[in-house]
Design a protein around this ligand. Sequence first.
Ligand code: S3P
Length: 439
Amino acid sequence: MRPRRFLPSGPLKGTIRVPGDKSISHRAIMLSALAVGESRITGLLEGEDVLATAAAMRAMGAAVERIGEGEWRVHGVGVGALLQPEAPLDMGNSGTSTRLLMGLVASHPISATFIGDASLSKRPMGRVIEPLSLMGAAVDASEGGRLPLTLRGASPAVPISYRLPVASAQVKSAVLLAGLNTPGITTLIEPVPTRDHSERMLAGFGAELNVEIDDDGARVITLRGEADLKPQTIDVPGDPSSAAFFLVAALVMPGSEIVIENVGLNPTRAGLIHVLRQMGGAIEELNPRLVGGEPVADLKVRHSALRGIEVDPAIAPSMIDEFPALFVAAALAEGRTVTSGLDELRVKESDRLTVMADALTAAGARIEEREDGLVIEGTGGEPLAGTSGAPVATHLDHRVAMSMAVAGLASCEGVEVDDTRPIATSFPVFEDLLEGLTA
Ligand code: S3P
């Protein structure tokens, strides 16, 4: 454990650049490892989660090499040519690595054992085991469909048409990645759109992938298997989920004005910005451009008097990782914020409804926890009391730790967090950037 008290601070001032997008970084390594030849990646997120993906792809035969800060070179083995890993694949804290790699292994003639930390070992894998079993993979999982588990791939795998029962980009991506080495057409029906990085990047690597909208408005994604992926040069845009903590911090801290450079604004990820603007947040998009085929801008953020709102549950998939940060903004807004439709938050790195409700309550916020969301009565801009007794429990959840760090800035006593180590899974330079802006 590495506890830390995040102290009250003055305004945030200055310019920062957020590290590469975690979702895109995972996919960049995996797809490069499946292309024949050399891919180059710049702006890669060098957090523990992505490093777990890199190590796993190495264990399955790809040459994955760091050549500079955020700069990587990958020699892929080709779709169908992944090697049997000799040891269990240690996924650490990373659900994305686990679920996407299970998809890859599912259609290769190899087997792999997946292990992870205490948080990951509690998370449900049944949602990927089900479609991958339909494709022919054999899975021997721990009780409740959890890690550790061993997955034996099918060769050849069977193409399926699968309607996603949960709005999950990880499940969608697991099936698409399995489809890469499956003869014929794999079809996914996605009633509620989720982040589309897999679709964009698979097409970018040369896979035959189509997206159509059916009569019910669902996205129908088809992928032709036994694909030949061509090596690419990829520039990874900055992670909007990392920018979220600084967006909220600058909005709630009086006198703040910051610029966050290089923020990915893919519409399937930009929900938090819409919601914060609805609450009255001053967020300007400067210098809009495309990076690696994704819309990106620099965000200028000024302190704003936020008002509580009722958050439309339909926007949740486009900000699914940003609710912990939003809850902090709501705790400092004027009036009541109501969130609902957030059952998925209970199966993230922690149960983010209970864990954030407990942490914010300990810091002096007024929170009501409901089955599928939180209701938050804001302070109207007054700082929270902060914690004086026990540190808040982050349950191995990086986003809880970073959110409560922001709550600490906007408090009278500061907020003590029990463990800051998990921050390194997604945002190793978070504390340095925070110190720079509050210095
Ligand atoms: C991710 C999808 C989301 C998100 C996670 C990253 C991805 O998970 O929470 O941080 O890269 O596909 P779900 O698929 O469980 O919603």
